[in-house]
Write a protein that binds this ligand. Sequence first.
Ligand code: NAP
Length: 253
Amino acid sequence: MFSVEGKTAFITGGTSGIGLAVAERFVRQGAKVFIAGRRDAGDLAAGIGATAVQLDVANGDLFAHVLDVVEEDVGKIHILINNAGMENVGQTLVEQAISELDPAVDVNLKGVVHGLKYGPAHMADGGSIINTSSLAANIGLPTYGFYAATKAAVLSLTRTAALELAPRNIRVNAVCPGSIRTAMLPDDHPEVKLTETLCPMGRIGETDDLLGLYQFLASGASAYISGQAINVDGGVSAGFGYGVLGLAETAVS
Ligand code: NAP
């Protein structure tokens, strides 16, 4: 069930956090996996049985070249995960310098555009593209303006690409993680306390909490699902839990 065995996956932002956890899972399930990021991740990749590719997703020419090289090496890819991202939150729209919009757009938006522009030519028909967006695309949060806007744009791109690639049976979906413990969200990040309060489950997520969805969307088990965005947030987007209402002790056991 949810098999990725024998498939080839290319994961941007596969050198850390969510992307790395997905890479490890897919390798264990029998996929050939390429992890792409700016750092030299040769040893890291070797340690999990993947192959590292150095790539800045903001550089479209480089992205196209890297995919050429991968196809020459192993043939068409079946799974493309546009997951690389950066977060620059903490200032209001009034405070944040316009120049800080550029890195968010370059990585979070153009990085996904490049994957959607250059990836399909290197993919087998029937493949799966998964874009990592964010819960921030779906709910407002003060000081998350630039980041959230780029992640909302990823949802729009997901729908457009799903329609454009449907004739090839290439599905395009988005995962919208809530707060997940990674290098991007260290324990002292203000969002941790906020989520522990807001989340009906009373905790932030771990990368493990996302793996089932990425695997499902990558596999043939989701063959009729495309253009969708799925929150993985411990129920935060469902509404207000007991903790927020100050009724934690009345929760049904
Ligand atoms: P992370 O551990 O900091 O990983 C970020 C990854 O993105 C790294 O592999 C990094 O690789 C790569 N990356 C960043 N800029 C890049 C660039 N210009 N070119 C290529 N790769 C680049 O953070 P994470 O939490 O796993 O984040 C993964 C994705 O999940 C991001 O899109 C993020 O916005 C999204 N997300 C995270 C959370 C959360 O709470 N953690 C919540 C919602 C959404 P290099 O450093 O090697 O370049």
